[in-house]
Each structure stands twice: as structure tokens, then as C-alpha cells.
Design a protein around this ligand. Sequence first.
Ligand SMILES: *Cc1c(COP(=O)(O)O)cnc(C)c1O
Length: 399
Amino acid sequence: MDARSIIEIADRYGAHNYHPLPVVLARGQGVWVEDVEGHRFMDMLSSYSALNQGHLHPRILEAAIAQMGRLTLTSRAFHNDRLGAFLERLCRLSGFDRALPMNTGAEAVETAIKAARKWGYKVKGVPEDQARIIVCTDNFHGRTVTIISFSTEDPYRDGFGPFTPGFTVVPYGDAEALEAAFDENTVAFLVEPIQGEAGIRIPPAGYLRRARELCDRYHALLVLDEIQTGLGRTGRMFCFEHEGIRPDGLTLGKALGGGLYPVSAFLSSDEVMGVFHPGDHGSTFGGNPLAAAVGIAALDVLVDEDLAGRAERMGRRFVEGLEAMSSPHVLEIRGKGLLIGVEIKPESGPARPFCERLMEAGILAKETHHQVIRFAPPLVISEDEVDWALARIAPVLVP
Ligand SMILES: *Cc1c(COP(=O)(O)O)cnc(C)c1O
């Protein structure tokens, strides 16, 4: 079937909650994907950083296939022989005491919110139903009703109320405003170390260190959402390493599933995780043996192939190449590692037509927030592949 008919069927039978580029993909390998008509593209979105290890990484695929032939799902009503090893691997890598496995990013964030609230009541002593969590403008933490309740994006919220109370929104990157927002009922500050969906927005240097100090002073948890920035993407295994701090809680997802299975987790200390007891939180699929086997392989690949180091080196090469183009359309190029945003000048129109032209040139990238093209290829990208991409991006950015 040709691409147009396939798109028509999806449009006819699906909800229109996305606006995809008109390309129908059928195969993938490493940084490359192929559409149904045999055209090859470089994937420079990586499913929003869920494909840090690239498409069909042989080690992750092998681990998944082996596990699929043995045992895939047990629920948490029983133990399975893979979960313990996965949780241990995750805790050792991240330096946290405990991990709670879920499936999607939004579920990991919901878990973080529940943990912070319960910690507030049981440990900090906040009066019942008074817990407050500070969050930032332009945040993106997922799509559940509670999470969109503290979004500042109209389309994420419009028509979906009533909303969950208990959140205070402060401007992202503004340490003074953050300080002013704390009170005795504040249980956590939930923040992305770089805002990916908001257009690759990087807070001022020192912001996370200030946040760390304030959370200590007001006895609140610093919870970082690294679902997009974590697992090597920004040139470190975790983005918080850039500021030399440690959060009290961390959400991971996306690349934790190695590009082939939804795996997410909330990580924290004995003290915080200790608030959970049998029956108060869970997920049918969370922590299943297939997810655990895939998660272990996904982490092994990140470490053994030093994908964080590669992200740093390839990111530098990529940004230098973009800067050397001196494009008249580009207002700013920003990023860390291989999480790179190219902001298009307002007078050059929105980013979408640039992404459409990139697609014609063999590069799949997606606009975020109208004016920004996000370049976030799989971290396995080689120098030659970076150069290949730059050679095709240049004619689009420089007319
Ligand atoms: C993608 C993302 C989420 C949500 O993950 P889903 O798997 O889509 O639910 C949450 N936080 C951040 C920072 C993300 O990038």
C-alpha cells in the first residue's frame, strides 16, 4: 500500500491528537529509518530521546527476543527472575537506594508526585491534604489529568478540567521566584534540568545548585524529571551531573526501554521510597520480566558504548557545524550533548516548513513550540553520519 493510502486510513480511524510529518516508516536500524517507498532518512528525533541506543540495537533486540521466549509477564503478584537484577543495575548506575518500575514517563512522574506527597505527610509532617509541589512554567511532564493540571500550555489543558490542586507554578530558571514560592507545606520542587518540549530551554548556570540549596533549607525534595535529558542524552549519564548536584528523586523513561519497549522508573532514597506499602501503588505491567530484560540491556549498551561521551563529542561537532553555516534564518543554536535546539527567527516563519524541507533532504526532525527545530539523533551516531546530516541541513538553513 502506498504512503498516502496508509495515512488516509490512520486519519480515518484514529483520533487526530498528533500532526505527524507525512512520512510512513517501515524499517529502522541505528540512526536510519526507511519509509514504505524505500526512501532512507536519518532519524534526528529519536522518538523524543527514547531511541538513544538507536533503532534495533542488536544487544537490546537479542535480550528482548531471548526473554520473549522464556517469560514476559507475571504481574507483581509474583516475583520474576529479572526484576531484581534490573533494579540493582538502575540503582548502582544512578546512585539511588531504590527504584520503582513503571511503563510510561507520565506514570513515573505520577509516582514521583505520590511519593513526594506521602513523604510530606508521613515524614515531614505536613497537615493532611495541604502538600504543595512547586513546578515551572512551560514544563512538560506528561499527559495525565494531574500532570496537565500544572501545565502552562493552553492546548494541553483546554477542555480537560477540573484539575488537580496542590501545585505552585514559578518561572523556569528564576531562582528568586523559586525561593519565594517555598512554604512549610512545600514537599517538592519538580523540574526538568533542560526543558525539552518547551524548545530545548537551558536554565542559567547554577540554577539547579540553587534549587538544591533551597530544597535543603525548606526540607523539600528536589525531584528531577530526566525522562528526556537522562541516560546520556546531554553528554552525561544524567543531566544533573553538569551541575554537580544530586536530586532526592529522579524520573527516567524513554531510552530506559532501549527504543523497543515502554520502561520507566522513579528512583529515590530509602526514606522516600519507604512511604510505599503493599497495595498503595502499582502497575500491572510495571517491572515485568520483559521490561526488566530490555532495561538491563538498554543500560548496558549506554555504559559499554559510552554513549554519554559520544553524545558530548558528536553534539559539539554538530553544533559547530550548525554555527559555521551562519544561517540568516537562525536566531539561536542551543543545547547540551545531542539535545540541540535551533530557534528560527520569527521573520523567517515557523519551524514546521523547515522540518518539511529537511524531510525532503533525508533528515527527520520535528519542530517544537513553533519556532524551534529539535535535533536529537540516536547517540550511536558516528562522525561521518553527523557530517552527512550537516551537508543536508545546510541547504535548508542557508538558502
Ligand atoms: C516524554 C516526557 C514525559 C512523558 O513520557 P511519556 O512516556 O510520553 O508518558 C515526561 N517528562 C518529560 C521530560 C518528557 O520528555
